[in-house]
Write a protein that binds this ligand. Structure first.
Ligand SMILES: Nc1nc2c(ncn2[C@@H]2O[C@H](COP(=O)(O)OP(=O)(O)OP(=O)(O)O)[C@@H](O)[C@H]2O)c(=O)[nH]1
Length: 453
């Protein structure tokens, strides 16, 4: 995840607070210093970081925990609430017929994002079409046409035409039966007057339901001023932040946009079309803090064409530690697409596990081993998959030969499987985590009962 450093620093801070036997001014001061360092490293604006610190300090010193809540848990609740506040309000694209205009500078990932948006709406059952109004970058025409073939979206463009308004007007007839129209516009190297002029003219002709700024997370805090000036000039309705997978500055981009009041609708998390997620501040922060995101599993399961029941059953099994190699095989086989696997693991709460324990759920390691492990599991009998405890040295030798892998690979798989079961049990036993998760799972009775005392 792009914010690994921020995530591990905040989890460490939470671990320290959970583990401290008392809370006094010094403990709070040290916690705030840790949080400040973590946020500044994630490129969050200095003023915003100091305001946040002041609020946390003031609340921690003046507010008393409600009955039944320990001072430690209450401090964590304050930090969680104040961090949530800098991530902005939650607001999402409506799943209904509409016209969307994408704007942004060069190289931000706008055309790719058009493809991701098309796939998103088509998966929701809405017919979708592209209007190629990027008249400055010839490659964008072909790129969009290819994306239409990949996603099944319709495509309208006029090769070589330099007037985007003319292109749009001629698309109206062609795309009249299409429910969601995505208008890709020209990128520019800066927010100069002719870009704003072109967007304003095109917007008048298109009269879109949404004007979305597509911006690369690596611009960090600069995302804020860009969103602000486009909002003032063209009436921006939302932001899509791309490349959240590749930069530690995502915190800066997210918080900077949040300050403008323009909602972040979606985030891009990779080059593939499925690397695209609805942005929810609560879910995002929950995953950052390792509190997991049970609902994310259901979205991911849909993408992996797994039924909600099967996904819930899998999640319940994982959380309760009652799963065998057959369940593991199911997960790996179904979620083999790296991005789906990443979202699956992000949705499992690992926040408060003792240091190092959660590296077993380290998705990057799992991703590169997925192929090898699936082959190894393929070479096991049903009996061995259902009852891993019967696997001995002789079976390991047979399976490694049958799968063309090393015996050590088979041993590693078994070790990670056992660690995953151990971690699941640890999560279950963790009181503070239960409290945190209760809020997350209230809509999920099956998962909640796993966390009941
Ligand atoms: N890692 C990663 N790469 C991305 C993401 N979104 C887009 N990209 C890559 O960023 C590069 C630029 O993407 P394009 O879609 O061509 O965006 P663009 O250059 O802004 O398009 P124009 O605005 O039309 O010029 C491509 O290599 C994309 O694969 C993302 O979320 N993560």
């Amino acid at each position: 995840m792009a914010l690994d450093n921020l995530s591990s620093s905040l989890r460490e801070t939470f671990r320290k607070i959970t583990g401290s036997s008392y809370i006094d001014k010094n403990v709070i001061k040290e916690m705030i210093r840790d949080i400040q360092r973590a946020l500044l490293k994630a490129d969050v604006n200095v003023k915003l970081t100091l305001d946040l610190s002041r609020k946390i300090e003031e609340r921690s010193e003046n507010e008393k925990p409600p009955a039944g809540m320990t001072p430690q848990d209450y401090i964590l609740k304050i930090v969680y609430e104040e961090l949530l506040a800098i991530l902005g309000k939650s607001s999402n694209l409506k799943i209904q017929p509409q016209t969307i205009m994408l704007v942004g500078l060069y190289g931000q990932g706008k055309t790719t994002t058009a493809g991701k948006l098309a796939r998103f709406f088509i998966k929701k059952g809405l017919s979708t079409g592209f209007v190629a109004c990027d008249v400055h970058r010839p490659a964008a025409f072909e790129q969009l046409r290819t994306l239409s073939e990949q996603t099944g979206a319709k495509f309208f463009g006029i090769k070589g035409e330099k007037n985007p308004v003319k292109i749009f007007n001629q698309s109206i007839e062609e795309l009249k039966d299409i429910q969601v129209k995505i208008v890709d516009t020209s990128g520019r190297d800066s927010l100069d007057s002719d870009l704003l002029d072109e967007i304003t003219k095109l917007k008048k002709a298109v009269n879109p339901d949404e004007v979305l700024l597509v911006i690369d997370a690596t611009v960090g805090q600069q995302a804020g001023p860009q969103a602000k000036s486009l909002m003032d000039a063209t009436g921006l309705t939302g932001v899509i932040i791309t490349k959240m997978d590749g930069t530690g500055k995502a915190g800066g981009a997210l918080s900077a946009v949040a300050q403008t009041g323009v909602p972040v609708y979606m985030i891009g998390t990779g080059e593939h079309l499925e690397d695209f997620e609805i942005f929810s501040p609560k879910k995002f922060l929950g995953r950052l803090l390792g509190m997991g995101d049970p609902e994310a599993l259901l979205d991911v399961a849909q993408e992996a064409d797994i039924s909600d029941e099967k996904a819930e059953e899998t999640m319940t099994k994982i959380m309760s530690g009652k799963f065998n190699l057959m369940d593991m095989y199911d997960i790996w086989e179904k979620f083999a697409k790296p991005s789906l696997m990443k979202r699956l693991f992000d949705s499992i709460p690992v926040g408060k596990m003792p240091k190092g324990a959660s590296n077993m759920l380290d998705l990057d390691a799992a991703q590169e081993k997925i192929g090898k492990y699936t082959v190894i599991l393929d070479s096991m009998t049903y009996k061995e998959l259902e009852n891993p405890e019967i696997i001995n040295a002789k079976v390991i030798r047979r399976v490694s030969r049958g799968s063309g892998t090393q015996e050590q690979d088979v041993r590693n798989l078994l070790k990670e499987f056992r660690a995953m079961k151990e971690n699941a049990k640890m999560m279950k036993g963790n009181r503070a985590l239960k409290k945190m998760m209760r809020g997350q799972m209230k809509g999920n009775p099956d998962l909640l009962k796993e966390f009941e005392d």
